[in-house]
Design a protein around this ligand. Structure first.
Ligand code: EPU
Length: 440
């Protein structure tokens, strides 16, 4: 291929030297803190009476964008060390989210919960985020109304007002489990009058992390990690936790690294992770023939040079502890190298299989049946290509596919990958990958 000449991309891109399927990567790969746990924790800072200290915070652009939003509202974010951040939202004065950064990031909507609880009002643009299908917030608005708020919307923004007496506790049944919805309502209910029940709530580890953070400041929450969460509200700010809260490792990064190790690792150790959070992926990969050893915080993958191809398997994405939608694209790359036919059934989002056409352009044998289902047949040899990831998780999947392929690939939209993965090219270089970032 003519490498990267003529690539019309704005922003940074990566040039990746494919290994042609050779298992050549070796060494230790530590997982960084989770984006989707860190961002709600920043929102939680609005409920505390002192700066909130968070460690294991990844250096990613979404964290920087969230810091910008908090500063526009009147708070302060300060990086104290390589991985520790202090968020001081005590002086927050505005309840109106700045449109530009908030529109780009789905997690910005989580701020509506604490703003509403603290100021009795919140206004925000429709939260954007990655292009993975429709991402409505109707469930959030219905729940705010159940807590006594009045919600309006026009073309520009949503405006939510609590009654003069503040939000009141309510019995809320989510017609669909929603991760950011559960987090937003949990934050709002912590400082509401009376008790709130969140039923059919999300059970993801990021929700549990947020609840534990609130509990460390005195919040009265029980049932997290189950479908029914009970929150006894208290109008007082939460007390400063004694020590910094360590953001949980990113389970999607851990799972993607595990797939990379299975495909291209000679011997790879993935550290600072919680294998329990990706139990379903580990079980499927073991069933396919991948040799995985684990401790509570690390995963070791050993692959011989002359292994038979792995066995293919079908998956259906599901809320936690089911197969995460965010690991669906990296898994598709694994399946292109496994023997047999597999069905991928994406049940959470309706635009999350768009990346498959790029894998087909690399030589993968994938049939896309509709917005939710695709069949992958393998093993197939992949060739280097020019790829433009549609979202950050597919972006990392493209880097993995490019490393599996023969020849050079160009992976565009590096800015999307930077939203969730810290200095990915340097970290993958430490285990032997050759990925060059080109700044445009
Ligand atoms: N939904 C509604 N109405 C709502 C809210 C959600 O219909 O008001 C639907 C969604 O359209 C979707 C389903 O409910 O079909 C579940 O969506 P959910 O609300 O759980 O997704 P989210 O909270 O917007 C979080 C992560 C996503 C991850 C999903 C699913 C954050 C900031 N984002 O999104 O992560 O894919 O949960 O696990 O936590 C990523 O990090 O790349 C990412 C996209």
């Amino acid at each position: 291929m003519k490498a990267y000449d003529g690539v019309a991309m704005s922003g940074d891109f990566f040039i990746v030297n494919g290994l042609g399927g050779k298992r050549a990567l070796a060494g230790e790969l530590p997982v960084r803190g989770s984006k989707n746990a860190a961002l709600p924790a920043f929102s939680a800072s609005l409920l505390f009476d002192a700066p909130l200290l968070l460690s294991n915070v990844p250096r990613i652009s979404d964290v920087a964008a969230m810091g910008d939003i908090i500063e526009v509202l009147g708070g302060k974010m300060e990086r104290r060390s390589a991985d520790e951040i202090a968020v001081d939202a005590r002086k927050t004065q505005s309840a109106r989210l700045p449109h530009e950064p908030a529109k780009k990031m789905r997690a910005s909507v989580i701020l509506a919960g604490p703003l509403l609880a603290r100021f009795g009002e919140a206004s925000f643009p429709h939260p954007g985020g990655c292009v993975i299908g429709a991402r409505p917030i109707d469930i959030f608005m219905d729940a705010f109304e159940k807590m006594g708020a009045h919600c309006e919307e026009d073309k520009q923004e949503y405006r939510v007002h609590a009654p003069k007496t503040g939000l009141c506790g309510a019995d809320i049944f989510f017609r669909q489990p929603t991760v950011t919805g559960t987090e937003t309502l949990m934050l709002a209910a912590t400082r509401a009058r009376g008790t709130t029940f969140l039923r059919n709530a999300a059970m993801e580890p990021e929700v549990v992390f947020l609840a534990e953070l609130l509990q460390s400041g005195g919040a009265d929450i029980c049932g997290v990690g189950t479908p029914t969460i009970e929150i006894r509200g208290n109008k007082q700010p939460l007390l400063a936790p004694k020590k910094s809260a360590r953001v949980i490792p990113d389970r999607i990064e851990a799972g993607s690294f595990l797939i990379l190790a299975a495909l291209l690792g000679k011997e790879m150790l993935i550290t600072n992770c919680i294998p329990e959070h990706i139990r379903i992926l580990i079980e499927f990969l073991r069933g396919a023939g991948v040799s995985i050893e684990e401790t509570n915080t690390a995963l070791r993958v050993r692959t011989g040079a002359t292994l038979k191809p792995y066995k293919s398997f079908s998956i259906k994405t599901h809320e936690y502890p089911g197969f995460p939608t965010d690991l669906q694209a990296p898994l598709a790359v694994f399946l292109t190298q496994a023997s047999g036919e597999a069905l991928i059934h994406e049940t959470i989002f309706d635009g999350r299989l768009a990346y498959t056409s790029d894998l087909v352009s690399m030589g993968a044998d994938i049939s896309l049946w509709d917005a939710h289902r695709a069949t992958v047949r393998g093993p197939r040899k992949l060739k280097g290509r020019e790829l433009h990831g549609p979202d950050l998780r597919a972006g990392l999947a493209y880097l993995i596919a490019a490393l599996v392929a023969r020849g050079t690939s160009v992976v565009g939209n590096a800015a999307l990958i930077d939203r969730g993965y810290e200095r990915i090219e340097e970290r993958l270089a430490s285990i032997g990958a050759t990925i060059e970032r080109v700044s445009n």
